[in-house]
Design a protein around this ligand. Structure first.
Ligand SMILES: *Cc1c(COP(=O)(O)O)cnc(C)c1O
Length: 435
């Protein structure tokens, strides 16, 4: 593969100039100079596999395995129920929140780990819409984006049903989101980085615009946290939720997080008013009194084994500079886009991710009419991305464990799959449950 001049794409409609083509040797040189290169050693990565799906399920950090083994062999088995006290299991949700806080630009007491993103969305949106302040304001609208991640839309639809006349859901196309926030809007619910296209909102700008209209904002950070530096506090963002099994590598089904800005915590009711969100759970009172801080959004007993895996996974981020992560992610995705468009131009792929690196998260999606089968054929070659209906192939760029040479090799495999029409093989047509 040969270089082409950077100006070759100057006439592109988006006005972007793609980075010049690189050879494999040049990619190896980029890896040799990469300040994040050694972080790859923190993960267990199956030999020979090009894993470009860390945006969907991060690989296993060695520290996650070690921590879980220690809890199994030294804590649960030996301490039994005393573990809740002697090993600090009960405070693990808050301690994990404090470890996660710098990754979202929040104060330690504003973040807590619990349940799933889906459940946490319900807690915060239903809580906000039933809060005394929103009730007094008379505002009823919750605005969101059509094409948002399905669970976000479904939870909002469920809350509209549950709270009846007090909530009206307004779901509009992306371009109309800010216009839809009006004097009757209580809450804007957006996903910061779109799961399919990787389009990224200006978190601070959108938050400020919603605030100017008197509305609060809830950000779903599932596809951002661990990949994009975030500054919830500086933006005065109100509420947020997000996943820990994607870029944070917390393990399959790892518990999610909630963020509630400190000054809002006391006025937000815990709609899932569980015993462990009570101010004094072990008083066993009949009447519910919420815990003072973000702890009220804890519902039931924390999943210690899953949280332990996340605890180990977050160790990997301890000393990592997120600006370096972001810069490498942008460089890898730029390289991928340029190589795919050069090598695979003849095969009907369509880029649906912003070409402008500043306007996207950390994955790149191309559509293809046979996208599912093409991805299956790639996976058969040990190049793992994923597929999102109806036709998007997603490739995630995870700077802590992906190398430039992996990006280069993945495009060579994609070219081979398309040029040889390997995707036509019948075994690549049958849909599996998880795509
Ligand atoms: C992955 C993802 C979720 C996942 O929610 P779960 O409750 O963990 O299944 C939610 N929202 C967005 C935007 C996501 O990308």
């Amino acid at each position: 593969m040969r270089c082409r001049p950077a100006t070759a794409n100057a006439g592109h409609p988006d006005g972007a100039i793609l980075q010049p083509m690189l050879t494999r040797t040049e990619c190896e040189a980029l890896d040799a100079a990469d300040p994040l290169a050694s972080s790859r050693e923190a993960f267990v990565l199956p030999a020979g596999r090009l894993y470009l799906d860390g945006n969907s399920l991060g690989p296993m950090p060695l520290a996650a395995r070690e921590r879980v083994q220690a809890v199994l062999e030294q804590e649960w088995s030996q301490s039994l129920i005393a573990g809740w006290n002697v090993h600090g299991w009960m405070s693990l949700p808050e301690r994990l929140g404090a470890s996660l806080a710098p990754l979202v630009g929040a104060a330690p007491a504003e973040v807590m780990v619990a349940d799933t993103t889906t459940v946490n969305l319900f807690k915060l949106v239903a809580g906000w819409m039933s809060s005394p302040a929103v009730q007094a304001s008379g505002r009823r609208k919750v605005v969101t984006e059509l094409g948002n991640f399905p669970t976000d839309l479904y939870v909002l639809q469920g809350i509209e049903q549950l709270l009846g006349p007090r909530v009206e859901l307004v779901a509009v196309p992306r371009e109309q989101v800010l216009q839809a926030v009006d004097a009757d809007t209580a809450l804007l619910v957006l996903t910061h980085v779109h799961y399919k296209t990787a389009e990224m909102y200006d978190l601070a700008g959108v938050t400020a615009a919603a605030h100017a209209a008197g509305a609060a904002v809830l950000w779903d950070l599932s596809h951002s946290v661990g990949a994009v530096p975030l500054a919830l506090g500086a933006a005065r963002a109100d509420l947020a939720v997000g996943c820990t099994y994607k870029y944070l590598n917390g393990g399959p089904g790892a518990p999610a997080f909630v963020y509630v800005r400190e000054d809002l915590q006391a006025q937000l009711p815990a709609v899932i008013a569980g015993w462990l969100g009570h101010a004094a759970p072990f008083a066993f009172d009949d009447a519910y009194v919420p815990a003072a801080g973000v702890g009220r959004f804890r519902a039931g007993t924390p999943a210690i084994l899953s949280m332990t895996a996340l605890d180990g996974a977050l160790e990997v981020f301890a000393g990592v500079d997120l600006q370096q992560v972001r810069a490498k992610s942008q460089a890898m995705a730029d390289l991928f886009i340029a190589l795919v468009e050069e090598r695979c131009a003849a095969f009907g792929l369509q880029l649906i991710t912003p070409r402008n690196a500043a306007a996207r998260g950390s994955h790149v999606s191309f559509t293809h009419p046979e996208g599912y089968a093409v991805m299956q054929a790639l996976i058969a070659r040990d190049v793992v991305g994923d597929f999102r209906a109806p036709d998007a192939m997603r490739f995630g760029f995870t700077p802590l464990h992906t190398r430039f040479v992996d990006v280069w090799a993945a495009v060579e495999h994609l070219h081979a799959v398309l040029a040889n029409e390997e995707w036509r093989r019948p075994e690549f047509q049958a849909r599996q449950a998880v795509t």
